[in-house]
Design a protein around this ligand. Structure first.
Ligand code: PMP
Length: 410
């Protein structure tokens, strides 16, 4: 069996049809599909071990707690973090970044006149939480432009780190450009000036082998649903020294050691940041999801397959007149292509191509500032692939897109 067929066999949804056609699912950057191992664990935990975690001594609760904590251990291994205390389970990337922005400001690390440095290509999740933190403190945002090829210039980055910059928040990979940012080098430069760095890894974990200890970032955030796990679970990696300096984000059950009306003692890490009943089923599913992700990331045959997919996509998009692909000339990128087609509205194209069985994303894709800079408008199309996609699907996409262009340009 070909490698890609073996991978596809793990994902039941890939067999479905849309509008009578074989599904071509190219909206993976929005959410990925789930393998059978994840679906089975979800089913098993819900039907056999459903109970609240951390709080009871009965069998079901202990099983649920064990499954939850195994999810955390899987994340620790996957990210190469030094300790499990550095792995906070949240509801997603958005929640993770909000946590850091809020607590960083609340702890007094952002003051009137300070700046948070972001790249121009950030997702709304890595812009708005910082705007809120700035509003609360009198700090402001500073935006680092990206180069015409979508890359970040390290010299310009270094020059932008003036004394007033107190935090750098940058995507590992932009969800519009698909370009891999040099986060390790950026962290080294920022640290040489005493500035911490948060990496938004929502699109980074899906195609790159991530090692937070090697990158040396202070915070790294990602979402389970973009890497084969269910929705409603996400991760915040934080260096212990930072997590200890930050106050809790939310108060409630599970994040406390003892409570009285006079005084509350918070739980130790990581529970200090995990108030309330967790989505333990989804958290547990991080284990099988990251197992598959880890296997795929270290398989040379998968790397070759991804290169073939990218070559096929680049030639398919290049063959259509009037197509402009963001970040296409960058030296290091993932199989994620945001594009416009002259004379064709992205929404019309996405609706029409869906009738041909092809799922694409359209709109501003929650990164309106960079979409506006690139297009002057507020909308693009995006095709994003995972290792379970095939060159055959790229060919179907290319034929469908060519038809769509002819139909909509008439
Ligand atoms: N950052 C980036 C780069 C993303 O692509 C996304 C998801 N589109 C997010 C943050 C937000 O992720 P979530 O909605 O899962 O919190």
């Amino acid at each position: 069996m070909r490698k890609v067929d073996e991978i596809r066999a793990l994902f039941p949804i890939l067999d479905r049809k849309v509008e009578g056609k074989d599904l071509v699912y190219f909206d993976n950057a929005a959410t990925s599909q789930r393998p059978r191992s994840v679906l089975d664990l979800q089913q098993e935990l819900c039907s056999r071990s459903n109970a609240n975690i951390h709080r009871a001594v009965h069998t079901l609760s202990m099983e649920a707690t064990e499954a939850y904590e195994k999810g955390r251990d899987a994340v620790r291994d996957f990210l190469g973090a030094e300790s499990r205390e550095e792995i906070i389970l949240t509801s997603g990337t958005t929640a993770s970044i909000n946590l850091v922005a809020h607590c960083f400001a609340a702890a007094g690390f952002l003051k009137n006149g300070d700046k948070v440095l972001l790249s121009a290509a950030e997702h709304h999740s890595n812009i708005v939480p910082w705007q809120i933190a700035c509003q609360a403190t009198g700090a402001g945002l500073k935006v680092l432009e990206v180069e015409p090829d979508g890359t970040i210039d390290l010299q310009k980055f270094s020059d932008s780190l003036t004394d007033d910059v107190k935090m750098v928040a940058v995507a590992h990979v932009s969800n519009i450009l698909g370009v891999v940012n040099p986060v390790k080098q950026m962290v080294a430069v920022a640290h040489s000036k005493g500035i911490p760095v948060l990496v938004d890894g929502a699109q980074g974990v899906t195609h790159l082998k991530v090692d937070v200890t090697d990158i040396d970032c202070d915070f790294y955030a990602f979402s389970g649903h973009k890497i084969y796990a269910p929705t409603g679970i996400g991760v915040l990696y934080g260096k212990k020294e930072w997590l200890e300096k930050l106050p809790p984000y939310m108060g409630g059950g599970d994040m406390v050691e003892s409570v009285s009306f006079e005084k509350t003692v918070y739980a130790d890490l990581p529970l200090k940041f995990e108030a309330g009943t967790a989505n333990y089923v989804a958290a547990a599913c991080l284990r099988p999801a990251l197992e598959i992700a880890g296997e795929l990331a270290s398989d040379a045959a998968v790397a070759t397959h991804e290169k073939e997919l990218m070559a096929a996509m680049e030639s398919a998009l290049g063959s259509i007149n009037g197509v402009k692909v963001a970040g296409i000339d960058a030296p290091e990128r993932i199989p994620l292509y945001s594009f416009t087609i002259e004379g064709v509205h992205p929404l019309d194209a996405a609706m029409l191509i869906d009738k041909m069985g092809v799922a694409l994303r359209s709109g501003h894709m929650c990164a309106e500032p960079i979409v506006r800079r690139l297009t002057g408008g507020s909308s693009m199309l995006r095709a994003s692939l995972m290792p379970y996609n095939t060159v055959g699907e790229v060919e179907v996409f290319a034929r469908a897109l060519a038809r769509v262009v002819i139909m909509l340009r008439q």
